[in-house]
Write a protein that binds this ligand. Structure first.
Ligand code: PLP
Length: 411
């Protein structure tokens, strides 16, 4: 049995323990296990935003472009998290939303291979990933097709000579099942297929290895584990071998070789930056920068240790404390096959999530019967997990979750 003292002992060995103080604590008494929706706020965000709006917007206005690093932020932010996703420092930029970046890279990759027009994805991928692929197929009017695989085992057989791109979420947003990225990239490369990964449910939780595993393209959210806040820019990665092969699909002025030359003819800048579109979201980038300045100091190996330790501790606590009360782990048992969050089933999952909220434990419910606890490694301790599971146990033992007031489930 894992006790409170065991959790404290793990916290004493935690190489990332000091980072907790760099985040605002949130509402008193609350244990926040929803880093897979919106990550915690770096404590210096209010000060940085205030500085930006006073010195930048109020005082400098247009001259802010010269006085501050507004223009460079998209790639400076990318440099700051590149080691966390295993990319070269010049291969990642922050811009737009994940959805827009998916479209940009899917269409870019698709156009590189007109003779292989089929896109393969998972039938149960995150909705926006499916919609974007379906939308692209409609947009190019019959020149492309989408093939959806039902089960991971069907992947190899789906990658025929007509397939150009494989578009997958690294981690499933419901179950937290994680693809073996190295293995998938190897199989795809052998089949002559490009890979486009959505790392929204792993980046900032589990270190990825985009370059080392030869991933072609990737995208991910800034507001989840990366802690960039609501409205944060998303990020995208293009392997250097593809960066200069074609015009970007949205040839915007921020991807021009000389932005302020106002040239009438478009000329893409070299490298991943050509995927930039219009003006950066300067306020949102500042909040993102507060988080990225923390990420710059985080070592990959420490992140890997911490997340594994949190995830394994949580699974063990859930089983020991709540297994006899109807809780069943829905995520893969093997840590290597699990992503940023742990999902578990309970027949009253929606009402239990609400009752837990009232006890100060923030998780998220997914239909029909699953609860997700997202593990943001920089801001959580093992002791937090112990208290969260103890509260869950009380909610289940007492049966308060059956009360009328917990029937309406919030998003
Ligand atoms: C896997 C995945 N991809 C994409 C998105 C959506 O990203 P955005 O809102 O930045 O377009 C989400 C949002 O939860 C997600 O979970």
């Amino acid at each position: 049995m894992i006790g409170l003292e065991d959790c404290r002992a793990l916290d004493a060995r935690d190489p990332l323990a000091a980072f907790k103080a760099r985040f605002a604590p949130g509402e008193p008494g609350t244990i926040y296990l929803d880093g897979n929706s919106i990550g915690p706020m770096p404590a210096d965000v209010p000060r940085r935003i205030e500085r930006l709006v006073t010195l930048g917007w109020r005082d400098a206005r247009r001259r802010g472009w010269q006085r501050f690093d507004w223009l460079e932020k998209p790639w400076r932010l990318g440099e700051g998290i590149a080691h966390i996703v295993g990319a070269g420092s010049k291969d990642v930029i922050f811009c737009d939303s994940t959805t827009v970046n998916l479209f940009k890279l899917l269409a870019y990759a698709w156009r590189l291979r007109p003779e292989r027009p089929v896109i393969v994805t998972e039938a149960h991928n995150f909705p926006t990933d499916l919609y974007v692929a379906e939308g692209l197929v409609r947009f190019v009017g019959g020149n492309a097709a989408l093939r959806r695989i039902e089960e991971p085992d069907a992947l190899g057989a789906a990658l025929g000579p007509e397939v150009g791109i494989l578009c997958l979420s690294h981690v499933d947003y419901r179950s937290s099942r994680r693809w073996n990225m190295a293995e998938v990239n190897r199989v795809a490369e052998a089949a002559g297929v490009f890979t486009l990964w959505d790392l929204s449910h792993s980046a900032g939780a589990i270190p990825a290895d985009l370059s080392g595993t030869q991933a072609d393209f990737a995208v991910g959210c800034g507001y989840k584990y990366l802690c960039g806040g609501p409205g944060a820019p998303a990020w995208l990665y293009v392997h250097p071998r593809h960066q200069d092969r074609a015009w970007p699909v949205i040839a915007g002025w921020m991807g021009h070789a000389d932005v302020f030359a106002f040239a009438e003819a478009y000329e893409p800048v070299e490298g991943v930056r050509r995927q930039l579109t219009g003006s950066p979201g300067i306020l949102a980038n500042e909040a993102m920068a507060a988080a990225v300045d923390i990420w710059r100091e985080v070592r990959r190996e420490d992140l890997a240790w911490k997340h594994r330790s949190l995830s394994e501790t949580l699974v063990a606590l859930l089983e020991e404390q709540c297994g006899s009360l109807g809780v069943e782990i829905a995520s893969p048992r093997d840590y290597e096959e699990r992503g940023g969050h742990v999902a578990f089933r309970h027949p009253g999952a929606g009402a239990v999530t609400e009752a837990l909220l009232a006890q100060g434990v923030v998780g998220s419910f997914r239909k029909p019967d699953s609860i997700r606890f997202g593990l943001a490694p920089l801001a959580l301790s093992h002791e937090d997990l112990w208290h969260a599971v103890a509260r869950l146990r009380r909610v289940l033992e007492s049966g308060i979750w059956r009360e009328e007031r917990y029937r309406t489930v919030s998003v």
